[in-house]
Each structure stands twice: as C-alpha cells, then as structure tokens.
Design a protein around this ligand. Structure first.
Ligand code: SF4
Length: 297
C-alpha cells in the first residue's frame, strides 16, 4: 500500500462500509466573533466548511435523515464539521454531542475544532464517550509557521497547537491534524516543518490542497494579484513528498481539498479531485516512494 488511507483503515477496523455524517452543530468561531480575531481565516467561507449541510435541521434530524437515507453502510461517523465544535459551555457541548449519538449504527464521534478551544474539561467530556464509540478530534493547524499563521489570520500561535496535542494525549484522545499545501508565502521548508510537527503526535492527517473560495479574503487577494495558487503539477509533487515524509503509522484521511459546488474561484484543477488523487499515487509509484520512505530512521 502506498499510504495508510482512511477508508482501508475503516474497512479493516469495522469489517464493512462506514460513512460519515457531516453535522452542523450550531457552533460559532472565536476567530470570527472577535474573541481572538475578526473575519476568520482568510480561506474560510461564511459557513465555516459546512456549505453542503442544511443548517435548518436540528442535530438529531441531520443524523436521523442521514441514517434513514443509507441502509447499506455498516456504521457511521458522526462528524461535527463546521466552525469550532468545542466552542460553547460544557453542558451545551454535552447536549449537542448526545443528540448526535442516537443510534448504535454510529460507531464514531469526530469533533472538528481549533487548538485554542481544547482544555482539560472538554477533553474529559470527549473521553467519556469512548466507552460507547470511537472518539477523535480534528485540529485545524494548517501550518507550523507563526509567520504564515499571521498571514492567514489563524488567530493562535503554533505553541497553542502543541498544548492542545498534549492535553488530548494525556486524556487518550487521538487527533487528526489538518494542513494546507499552497498557503500564501509558504515555501517547501515551511511544509516540511508542518509535517514534522504533525509527525510528533497526531494519529491522523488531512492534507488539503488550497482553493480560493468566493466571498473570502483569499479571493480578494487572488483578484488583486497578491496570491497565486500552486499549479496542479506543483501540488501533486508536494503532496506526494508530504505523504512520503509521514510517520508510517499515521492514518491519512485526505490528500486533497474540494471546494463546495459553485464557489470555486481558483485553481481550476481543484475540480478534478479523483484525477489529482490518481496523479499523486502515480507520482509516488514513479519515484519509488510510499508513506514513511522519506522519514529519517
Ligand atoms: S478556525 Fe475554522 S471556522 Fe474559524 S475562521 Fe478559521 S477555518 Fe473558519
């Protein structure tokens, strides 16, 4: 196998098809409401990555309609996806997570959040679900560089990610770290540094290709000529190198990003998700690489 992809991991672990239910938990984001920043990360859309979810439905209805529509899957991951899903008082968090776990067909609870919204109390709550379902947290790091973090208006320093990683580890909660290839001002060394940091302690990784989405600050930068996304060839090369630089046991949840329908400004190649994945695989094969082969032993 070229890399430990998430779908193979799920098949081995659960013995059948496992589907994801993307949930809008009704949360906000401290990087949008002024708590740690305003306007959000420069690539983030108005729905905070939940463009395809119907926000009018309750959590319970989002989950039950997804369960009813899919009788083929053996199990489901309840994935709180958009905005910051640990950004609320602890009783609200519990109420919302509980309302997603309404069936024993749900085998896992995944919580997308920011590292500055993880503390011991939240980690204790999340760990309390692990006797019923698998639990993991998804942390939006994107880059290990504080210079990039400022440029993209991430709203926290990289040391905050390290702290969150330590808290989660101390509670036995695995986490998936998100990184983006192609951020403004980043060079290959920045990407290598990000991969090294993720290798330190993450259970899984989501590698996103950058895309410029309508209505974002990045779209303004693109139109003003302040930002040029990487070419398809460059992305494929960097993604293949990133995979080869990952710890062998890391679970690779994603190797590209896909912009919501009708919202893509650039690059055009972002529309060809399956083609990009195939090219990354071919590049790994052509160069004799696989996950872990560029990690110093
Ligand atoms: S932390 Fe997430 S939800 Fe908040 S602005 Fe950044 S990308 Fe958007």
């Amino acid at each position: 196998m070229l890399y430990n992809n998430f779908s193979s991991y799920l098949k081995t672990k659960y013995g059948g098809r496992i589907s994801k239910i993307c949930i809008d938990g009704g949360f906000g984001c401290p990087n949008r409401d002024g708590t740690c920043g305003m306007g959000g990360c420069i690539y983030c859309g108005e729905r905070g990555a939940g463009e395809h979810i119907d926000p009018t439905l309750s959590i319970r209805d989002q989950v039950s309609s997804a369960l009813a529509a899919d009788q083929r899957s053996r199990g489901f991951i309840a994935y709180f996806q958009n905005f910051t899903n640990t950004y609320a008082p602890i009783n609200i968090l519990k109420e919302r997570y509980d309302s997603a776990l309404i069936s024993d067909r749900i085998v896992a609870l995944a919580i997308g959040t920011r590292p500055d919204c993880i503390d011991d109390e939240i980690a204790t709550l999340l760990a309390s679900y692990s006797d019923r379902v698998d639990v993991w947290v998804e942390l939006g790091l994107q880059s290990a560089s504080d210079r990039t973090a400022e440029l993209i208006n991430r709203g926290y320093k990289t040391e905050v990610y390290r702290r969150a990683a330590d808290i989660l580890k101390s509670h036995g909660i695995p986490f998936v770290t998100h990184m983006i290839i192609g951020l403004p001002g980043e060079n290959e060394t920045d990407i290598e540094n990000t991969v090294s940091l993720i290798n330190e302690s993450a259970w899984g990784i989501k590698i996103h290709s950058i895309y410029v989405m309508e209505g974002t600050r990045l779209a303004e930068m693109y139109r003003d000529g302040e930002y040029i996304p990487p070419s398809r060839e460059e992305y494929v090369r960097l993604a293949a190198k990133t995979i080869a630089s990952l710890r062998e046991d890391m679970i690779v949840h994603r190797i590209t990003g896909d912009c919501p329908d009708g919202m893509l400004v650039a690059p055009e190649w972002n529309r060809d998700k399956s083609g990009i994945i195939e090219e990354i695989r071919k590049t790994l094969e052509r160069d004799g690489l696989r996950q872990g082969s560029l990690v110093c032993k």
